[in-house]
Design a protein. Sequence first.
Length: 557
Amino acid sequence: MGGSDRGRAGWVFGPVPDLLFGCGGLYVCVLFSFVLGGSGLREAEAVWLGPLLVLIVGAPHYGATILRVYEHRADRRAYVLFALHATLAIAAAFVVALWDRRVAVVLVTLYLTWSPWHYTGQNYGLAVMFLRRGGVSISPAPKRLLYTSFLLSFAMTVLIFHGIDSAPDPEFASGPSDLFASIGIPRSVTDVAFPLCFAGSVLTLVAAGVLFLRAGASPRALAPAAAMAALQCVWFTVPFAVRHWGVDVAAEPLRWSLRTYYFFWIAVGHSAQYIWITSYYARRSEDWPGQGGALRYFAKILVAGTAVWTLPVILFDPSRIGMLPNTAALSLLVASVVNLHHFVLDGAIWKLRQGRIADVLVRRPRSSEALPAPSPERGLVRRAVWTIAVFASALAFFRYVHQDLLFPTALERKDFASARAALDRLGWVSAVNENAARQIDAQERTAELRRQAAERRVERQMGVIPSVDRYLRRGAEHAAKGEWVEASEAYEEGLRVDPTHGALLRGAAGAWLERGEPARAAERFGLALELYPWDGESRKGLRRARRRIEAQQRVVD
């Protein structure tokens, strides 16, 4: 780099792009948008946006690692233990897991437990990189304190994920929750260990900052690393502390019940961060020819990343091979092995103590001292691999268009024939998610019920069908006396006369809830909402019923 680079206080591309992409500035903007917009913004989010971000941001971040390890012969040889042997071991475990559920559970649990460490390790590594680029002298003591802070932040996630009273749900992926096996850390251990980890993470971070300042580091040189530490707190330390202590927060992004939804945005931020730093390394180590090199690099990591996600889903369709029960289970298993492969490779290739990595990311050689670019490789095998990858990437976009654009758009228009046609075309290349077909059936049923309800309202006004007022009165009288069995029977008798009557549905649901049968209540409240989506009373009742169901399940567990 030239002299202008030395004035950037350790920045990579510059303060603005580094703060936005490297230090999570874009994520913070999204976070504040949701804090201000709340559920309204979340519910208004287009259904196609999330899958598109996964496709064009999430997948390329995996492709960047694949390219880094496999594109050049010298790298394949240098990392042969990971590029070949570890890869074959993970692939073999995946194939076995298709038939052996115990292996699938191990892979999924390992992935979900390791995932926050992968994010944490990247944040720590970038913090150290920024310090070194900024000319900060890093002695062992403050470096150990900084590392300990990030490590304890990760330990908090393990305590929550594997606590004996934590829901064993895959917090970082969608899929069957029974594929995640909690260790079952006793509450008595968590109650002691979690506060110690929280306090230790904060105190060691502060102590590291004090030692750096005492050693002569300027606040400006420490700013990028401080931003990385703050990002770690926002992603993990604060949300998990809120979860452990049960703090009732108004901000949606900190509510544990919505953690899976908001972690998606953390994952997008992590992926953007990864592409940001790997593209810088690729540009400096391969001497890109202007903007064309950047576009070519992105195209390659996009193709490589989408291919590794798409091919296993197509090749191991649960309707044709394996013992996995559905596409959701396969998707979670594929996510596990792709991520575990990514974690293993990533841990091997991005070490600042390695000469070539340090030369590019830390020492920042002048352009006149640019590192020699690897010689290009050609060959039949190489062309065949890229051809297959491009084909798989095209299939990934085909899936996206049909599954995440055409299908939901047709459902929104109530065009059920077009929705089914989109699913049929999707079935040409991969298994169709079972929920999609059920969605069409459910919405068709709802449309038919609403049509019947509208007809019955007219029939009631014309006196064609008997009045149900006597059932409503009888049910209300029994409810006022707390006679919930008789109340439910009266309302249900009325529903046999008019099964779409809103007041009868609400009354029956309330009676079933009081009788201690929340599942029956949820069914009635749900039907009332299907017919009358504006009914706020039924919406509140459905939430109460679902909370009762969850409470009953916790007692059983």
